[in-house]
Design a protein around this ligand. Structure first.
Ligand code: ADP
Ligand code: ZN
Length: 580
């Protein structure tokens, strides 16, 4: 803005001066009548001319004896002055060149000044852009963040803590031949504190933080993205130990899809520059690149290979405990009324990200300030709650949330309980109803020490585990109220069933024929499909029966999930052991 204004002023001045000086020159001759050269010659012949003002310019001035003044064309021939003198005409030589060059010089000067100014401002602009992209902002560093500014996210913090130690004491690791990881990928929904974590990591390590966004690198001129990357790393190398943070890395490193648009080629070039830079620095440089994305599934695998972003840390939406901690953290500097129950608020804010919780407390504070209240009351918070939700989606999430929560809880409890019932040796390491980037819910199982082979029994159990979610939904909510939540489960179950019978020869009726080999030769596909349906239906009935027989366990698990949102392995085992 400032820069535009300056240019405008300079331009105006320049134009005014130019107008004035040309105007002046013009005016000088303007009121004087011009006569043809031939007429001038006849005046000379008639001895009417008193005086001539000669210069190098196009015209010259003639003063007649009767006092009238003319201008006429200057013949500019060498003997002209002599001829005039011979005709008894007074000749005054005027060096008009000077009076002409002055405005010209002036113009050149102004033009130069202007060009210099513009170009300087343009490079300034570029520099500013560059520095905006990778600011080692003192602003940023003025308040150094630490992990205490990040509430919840314990697992991510722990993983990053290790890296901080790496950066602080590289000798310890180097001695043992350990290599400092170069890249860490934080992935998870927006607003869950990925940027915050990266900043805190730099803060903990006491090193500069260079934040950029992948989207800064797209839609720039050919080659500029790549050179910006190189510039960024150069800067980081200059300061030594540092954290480079690349937000929205998916903008840079989308899976290559084979189509060769110019744009994607440009993206590739930028991505390649990034990969080259990352493999280019020495372990001792102590530079760590932290990248963040909401979409790990669309990332180019090249980014995830060893020596690149080989550490991947999931940053999920907070569970009820995490939400409580975040709410507490963001209430610390605010006068909160005694009637506010943050624990209860944490319960009411399922699926809120850290950013949303922060914004909730902030909105509440704004409302309180508007009302000139001394403290933030629960009334302000509930009003703010709706502001935050409305800004998000135009539906009343509070009621939907509860229902969603219940459905998800029973669904996930179904998976977990079936696991414990049909495959006791399987560990259920965690059950959660907070959606993760990997899919609905957060049910996760770990098979016991990796087996080389899976038996038919294992596959059948796994199919039942996959069907457990839908089965629980049907038992609790009724046939007509089952949800789309099971879609990927059914995909998995169908796939397992089909490979069991059509590829692995594990079904007596279909036999040992491998249908991959048969391929398109159109053998008896109907037989396979019918068998698959039969098997799935039968297993589904079995799964439902299993859950009905253990309905109390299912309810206990689900209710605990609704309350706590996440259950650990011990909690699950404990809850189930009461009943089984
Ligand atoms: P992301 O990078 O994952 O999109 P950010 O780190 O930009 O999310 O989070 C935005 C803001 O939300 C943060 O500046 C902070 O105020 C708040 N926030 C998010 N997660 C947390 C958390 N775990 N603890 C405290 N504040 C958080
Ligand atoms: Zn499921």
């Amino acid at each position: 803005m400032k820069f535009n204004k300056k240019i405008k002023i300079t331009l105006t001045i320049f134009v005014m001066i130019a107008l004035l000086s040309t105007g002046f020159l013009y005016m000088k001759n303007k009121n004087i009548e011009e006569i043809p050269y031939t007429l001038f010659l006849s005046h000379v012949e008639k001895d009417l001319v008193e005086e001539v003002e000669l210069s190098n310019s196009e015209k010259f001035k003639v003063i007649l004896k009767n006092g009238s003044v003319f201008i006429t064309d200057n013949p500019r021939k060498e003997s002209f002055k002599e001829e005039l003198l011979l005709n008894n005409i007074k000749v005054i030589e005027k060096d008009e060149t000077i009076s002409q060059t002055i405005p010209m010089l002036f113009t050149i000067f102004i033009m130069g000044f202007l060009l210099f100014h513009i170009s300087r401002n343009m490079s300034k602009q570029a520099a500013r852009e560059m520095s905006q992209m990778s600011k080692i902002d003192t602003e940023n560093n003025s308040k150094r963040l630490t992990f205490s500014d990040v509430a919840g996210n314990e697992e991510a913090k722990e993983a990053l803590m290790d890296l901080v130690d790496f950066m602080k004491n590289p000798e310890v690791y180097n001695k043992l031949g350990a290599r400092l990881p170069r890249g860490v990928l934080l992935y998870g929904p927006p607003g869950t504190g990925k940027t915050l974590l990266a900043k805190a990591m730099a803060g903990e390590a006491g090193v500069p933080f260079f934040p950029v966004s992948g989207s800064d690198f797209v839609q720039v001129y050919a080659g500029l993205g790549a050179s910006r990357i190189r510039e960024l790393f150069k800067k980081a190398k200059e300061v030594g130990k540092s954290v480079i943070f690349i937000d929205e890395i998916d903008c840079l490193g989308k899976k290559r899809q084979g189509n060769n648009f110019a744009g994607s080629e440009e993206g590739d070039r930028t991505l390649n520059a990034l990969l080259t830079e990352m493999s280019g620095f020495n372990d001792n440089d102590g530079i760590i690149v932290v990248a963040a994305t909401n979409r790990i599934d669309i990332l180019d695998e090249a980014l995830l290979r060893p020596g690149r972003f080989d550490r991947q840390i999931e940053v999920n939406l907070p569970d009820v405990n995490g939400r409580y901690k975040i709410l507490k953290l963001h209430s610390e500097n605010k006068p909160i009324s005694k009637d506010v129950d943050l624990r209860k608020l944490a319960l009411d804010t399922v699926y809120f990200s850290g950013a949303k919780l922060e914004s909730l407390m902030n909105e509440a504070a704004i409302l309180a300030a508007k009302e000139k209240s001394n403290e933030i009351t629960s009334d302000h918070i509930s009003k703010a709650y709706y502001t935050v939700l409305v800004g998000d989606e135009k539906k009343d999430r509070s009621t939907i949330n509860l229902r969603d929560k219940e459905i998800t809880a029973y669904h996930e409890a179904g998976h977990a309980l079936v696991t414990k019932l049909v495959a006791k040796e399987n560990r259920v390491s965690k059950v959660s109803i907070i959606p993760s980037t990997k899919g609905m819910g957060g049910f996760s199982i770990n098979l016991p020490p990796d087996k080389m082979y899976q038996s038919k029994k294992d596959i059948l159990s796994n199919i039942m585990i996959a069907l457990g979610g839908r089965a629980a939904e049907e038992i609790i909510f009724g046939k007509d109220f089952v949800t789309t939540g099971a879609s990927s489960d059914l995909e998995k179950a169908t796939e397992m069933t089909l490979s069991m019978i059509a590829l692995l020869g594990m079904d007596e009726e279909v036999g040992l024929v491998n249908y991959k080999v048969v391929g398109n030769r159109n053998l008896d596909n109907k037989l396979v499909l019918d068998r698959a349906k039969e098997i799935l239906d039968k297993l589904y009935l079995e799964t439902k029966k299993l859950l009905m027989d253990n309905i109390e366990s299912l309810k206990i698990l689900a209710n605990n999930l609704i309350e706590k949102e996440v259950l650990s392995e011990e909690e699950i085992n404990h809850l189930i052991s009461i009943e089984i």
